[in-house]
Write a protein that binds this ligand. Structure first.
Ligand SMILES: Nc1ncnc2c1ncn2[C@@H]1O[C@H](COP(=O)(O)OP(=O)(O)OP(=O)(O)O)[C@@H](O)[C@H]1O
Ligand SMILES: O=C(O)c1ccc[n+]([C@@H]2O[C@H](COP(=O)([O-])O)[C@@H](O)[C@H]2O)c1
Length: 200
C-alpha cells in the first residue's frame, strides 16, 4: 500500500489542502491519503478550533473522495505533534505500507528544523506541492533530506487557514474557499463570533 499522509493543523481545512492531497494521490498513484489533524502543532500557535471541530470539518471536506480517510493518531496521542513520533508509530503499525508525507513548498526550506529530521527521512518520503510564493529550494537541505523529497506542480491557490480565519473574524464570505459542507458548518457553529476576539 502506498499511503499519503496529509498532516496539518486544518484550522480550518480549505480547498488548498484538498487540491494538494489530490495532486499527490494522482501523481504517485497512491492507494489512499490519510488526513491527519495535529494536536499541538510543533512550530506555530495552537489552533483556535478544537481538535474535535477540526477533525469534524476534515470529515465533512473529504466525504466524497473514497481514497481519502482521516487519521486521529496525533489527536489521540496529545501533546506536541512531532511528525517523527507519528511516523515511527505508523511504521510499527503498518510494516507493509510506504508512506509519503505531503507538504506545501513553504515547509520545505524549514524541514531541517523539524524534530529529529534525519530519523524522519528514514521513515517517510516527502511529497512537496507548489505553494504560491514559495519556490522549491533543495540546495540548502542536508542530502539525506533532499533525497527523499518528490515535487509535484499544482494549480497555485493563494489560500491559507489564516485567510479563512481572517474572513470569519470580519464576517466575510468563505464560500468556495472551503468545501460547501465546511462552509455550512462554519455558518452554523457561529464561528464568526468565536473568532471575533482572536489576534491573527
Ligand atoms: N494553498 C495551499 N497550497 C498548497 N499547500 C498548502 C496550501 N495551504 C496549506 N498547504 C499545506 O498543507 C499543510 C497543512 O497546512 P496547515 O493546516 O498549516 O494550513 P495553512 O493554510 O498553512 O494554515 P495557517 O494559515 O493557519 O498557517 C502544510 O504542509 C501546508 O504547506
Ligand atoms: O515534526 C516537526 O518538527 C514538525 C514541524 C513543523 C510541521 N510539522 C508537521 O507538518 C504538518 C504541517 O504543519 P502545519 O504547522 O503547517 O500545520 C503537520 O502535520 C505538522 O505536525 C512537523
Amino acid at each position: 500500500m502506498k499511503i499519503g499522509i496529509m498532516g496539518g493543523t486544518f484550522d480550518p481545512i480549505h480547498i488548498g489542502h484538498l487540491v494538494a492531497a489530490e495532486t499527490v494521490r494522482e501523481g504517485l498513484g497512491l492507494d489512499e491519503v490519510w488526513f491527519m489533524p495535529s494536536h499541538i502543532p510543533p512550530h506555530k500557535a495552537e489552533a483556535g478550533f478544537s481538535g474535535e471541530e477540526r477533525m469534524h470539518m476534515v470529515e465533512l471536506a473529504i466525504g466524497t473522495q473514497p481514497a481519502f480517510r482521516t487519521l486521529d493518531i496525533e489527536l489521540r496521542r496529545g501533546g506536541v505533534s512531532y511528525t517523527v513520533d507519528t511516523m515511527s508509530e505508523l511504521a510499527g503499525k503498518y510494516p507493509d505500507a510506504r508512506f509519503h508525507f505531503i507538504i506545501g513548498t513553504d515547509m520545505v526550506n524549514y524541514l531541517p528544523k523539524w524534530e529529529r529530521i534525519e530519523e524522519l527521512a528514514g521513515l517517510t518520503r516527502f511529497a512537496a506541492v507548489g505553494r504560491a510564493g514559495y519556490e522549491l529550494d533543495k540546495e540548502h537541505l542536508p542530502a539525506a533530506v533532499a533525497e527523499v523529497i518528490d515535487y509535484f506542480d499544482m494549480p497555485q491557490l493563494e489560500l491559507s487557514s489564516t485567510e479563512i480565519r481572517g474572513r470569519l473574524k470580519k464576517g466575510r464570505s468563505t464560500r468556495y474557499l472551503v468545501p460547501e459542507k465546511v462552509h455550512d458548518y462554519l455558518q452554523r457553529s457561529g464561528s464568526h463570533a468565536a473568532y471575533a476576539g482572536t489576534t491573527d
